[in-house]
Design a protein around this ligand. Structure first.
Ligand SMILES: [Zn+2]
Length: 274
């Protein structure tokens, strides 16, 4: 599943390309999206803004219409110049928004719907998101309070819960736990305040570091991501994806296990994080 930083970068790229621009074409394979388009065309509206809310991407059009998309595992937005060859198959196309200068294409997007601006706050998913780790103003105390509110859950599962904090996916889950030397299987009630504080501040630090302007590209799908401050592709992460490799701190072999209701993979060092 894309992490919050991927969606944030996608939104920023789309915002730069599309905001303030007149829509000259709209296309989708989703009947529930095109139905609105037939009744009240998207063509002719202006793109007001594109933003990220946790892992949701919100594209707002004039006339109080917001396109909410969620990428789940394989979805992504690309942006092309008119006539440019797409990097993914047309079969994977789900949504196309065209302006005079750019074509935004949503590929393999599983979740898409129209939302009215006034509906956002009581939206079943959007309204319940926890503090957004990539938001300009992040409510750290509220995030810590929400983590603490899940005392009988394993911390790794809590970090993935978007109602606790919005933005962490499976990569950052393992990386943040490693950085703070926290056992992924520990119940939240067993953690110290320092540990909870470390997890929240490190999650924000890692996510923000990975949306820095230097990484901006015109394609919005996953580029590289790092937490170690090293540029070598094989050295960019502490634990994630490194099962059987030596821990970068102590040399113990990194372990892997499926964890939680969705059996998401967790990578950790059994020595540093015990
Ligand atoms: Zn270690």
């Amino acid at each position: 599943m894309p992490e919050g930083d991927t969606i944030f970068r996608a939104a920023r790229t789309l915002q730069r390309a599309l905001a303030g621009k007149n829509v000259t074409g709209f296309e989708s394979v989703f009947p529930h999206l095109t139905r609105i388009h037939e009744d009240a065309p998207i063509t002719g509206r202006t793109v007001e803004s594109v933003s990220a809310s946790g892992k949701h991407l919100l594209m707002a059009f004039t006339g109080d219409l917001i396109l909410r998309t969620h990428m789940r595992m394989n979805g992504s937005w690309h942006i092309y110049r008119p006539g440019e060859t797409w990097q993914r198959s047309r079969r994977d196309m789900r949504i196309v928004v065209t302006t005079a200068d750019f074509v935004a294409v949503g590929f393999s997007i599983p979740v898409a719907e129209w939302v009215r601006g006034r509906e956002i706050s009581r939206h079943a998913e959007l309204g319940k998101l926890g503090p957004d780790l990539l938001a300009e103003h992040f409510d750290e105390e509220e995030a810590k309070r929400r983590v603490r509110g899940r005392g009988d859950s394993a911390i790794a599962d809590v970090l993935l819960n978007q109602r606790v904090m919005a933005g962490i996916g499976n990569v950052y889950k393992s990386e943040v736990l490693f950085a703070c030397r926290v056992d992924p299987f520990a119940l939240v009630s067993r953690l110290s305040d320092e540990q909870v504080s470390c997890l929240v501040t490190t999650a924000r630090k890692f996510l923000r570091a990975n949306v820095s302007e230097k990484l901006a590209a015109m394609t919005t799908y996953l580029g590289f991501r790092k937490t170690t401050r090293r540029d070598d592709p094989s050295e960019r992460l502490w634990a994630y994806g490194r099962v059987g490799d030596p821990c970068r701190r102590c040399g113990s072999l990194i372990k892997i296990a499926k964890q939680g209701r969705d059996a998401r993979l967790t990578y950790w060092c059994p020595t540093c994080q015990s």
